[in-house]
Design a protein around this ligand. Structure first.
Ligand code: ZN
Length: 310
């Protein structure tokens, strides 16, 4: 057993991972899903306080477990992931108080002289799923989270997609029939974009209660299925993913998945001539293999990748 664990540890290198969410941070030290040696969770407050807590956690772990080889930071966005940019490692303008222009990678760099990878939470989760979950063996797929907000990461032709900054899959326009759904939308930038209509925040604003307390037969879910399926059809047409993985609190509601699969297949209506959609939609649109750990394991995967690229 000991030898086996050591082999898995890749010469006993230890990685740090940070899943930076809008409401909480999750930090972990380990190597893979079977070897998480320490974990901490704390609320997201100001960048200074929250990043200091992350630094303290890793310093404490280093004193007992040994030095970290690299750190992966999968963070809420928008953010600048381009190492050649002047604002690399910063959070970009966000409605979240205190975080606009915060140099979060700089705060880590001042404490650790090791490779640090920085990407969106959803790109991180996609990499985690590629390493250990439902993205294994694929070279193009999407990881979408539908929770408080909506965001998507893309792994395209063997690497994470960045382009200008990073994809913003939550903010695409989706068909909105205002006679059926007069809700004006909850996005501060666009009103009734996909996130504005279908996020957990949108559900709560539209119906006055948290989505978790609405039963499966509630009409809220008819709208939800329709908006999600329209978005998935758009991603299928534009990125041609081999699979779409849906995580997040809303996205992992068990009663939704079969309805989303069927609705998406019906919308595409046979146009994408692939057995994956026509005959095997249950394996085309799936929930994460890593469940709620996609994020923090994704951060560890980013850390491993940072070391490999360094
Ligand atoms: Zn929007």
């Amino acid at each position: 057993m000991v030898a086996n664990t050591e082999m898995k540890n890749n010469n006993n290198l230890l990685y740090g991972g940070i899943e930076g969410g809008g409401t909480k941070f999750v930090c972990a030290v380990g190597t893979d899903p079977n070897n998480i040696l320490a974990e901490a969770r704390f609320p997201t407050t100001t960048p200074e306080e929250t990043m200091a807590q992350a630094v303290d956690f890793f310093k404490q772990q280093e004193s007992s477990l040994g030095k970290l080889a690299s750190i992966g930071f999968a963070c809420f966005g928008p953010l600048d992931p381009n190492p050649d940019s002047k604002t690399y490692g910063h959070i970009l303008p966000t409605p979240k108080p205190h975080w606009t222009n915060a140099n979060v990678v700089g705060m880590l760099r001042s404490a650790f002289d090791i490779p640090i990878a920085f990407d969106t939470d959803v790109n991180g989760a996609a990499l985690g799923e590629w390493n250990w979950g439902k993205g294994q063996g694929l070279n193009t797929f999407i990881y979408l989270t539908i929770g408080t907000g909506i965001g998507g990461g893309a792994y395209v032709e063997g690497k994470l997609l960045h382009g200008l900054l990073h994809p913003e899959m939550g903010h695409i326009p989706v068909p909105h029939d205002k006679t059926k759904d007069p809700f004006e939308g909850a996005c501060p930038f666009h009103g009734d974009c996909f996130e504005g209509l279908a996020s957990g925040v949108a559900i709560e604003k539209r119906w006055g209660v948290h989505g978790g307390s609405l039963p499966p037969e509630h009409p809220a879910w008819d709208l939800e299925v329709e908006y999600i399926a329209n978005a998935l059809a758009i991603y299928s047409y534009t990125i041609s993913p081999q699979r779409i993985i849906i995580g997040g609190g809303v996205g992992q509601s068990s009663h939704l998945l079969p309805r989303i699969q069927q609705y998406t297949r019906d919308l595409i209506n046979g146009y994408i001539k692939s057995a994956a959609i026509v005959e095997d939609i249950e394996n085309y649109i799936v929930n994460p293999g890593l469940g709620n750990l996609s994020g923090v394991l994704g951060a560890l995967a980013l850390a491993k990748q940072a070391l490999a690229q360094n």
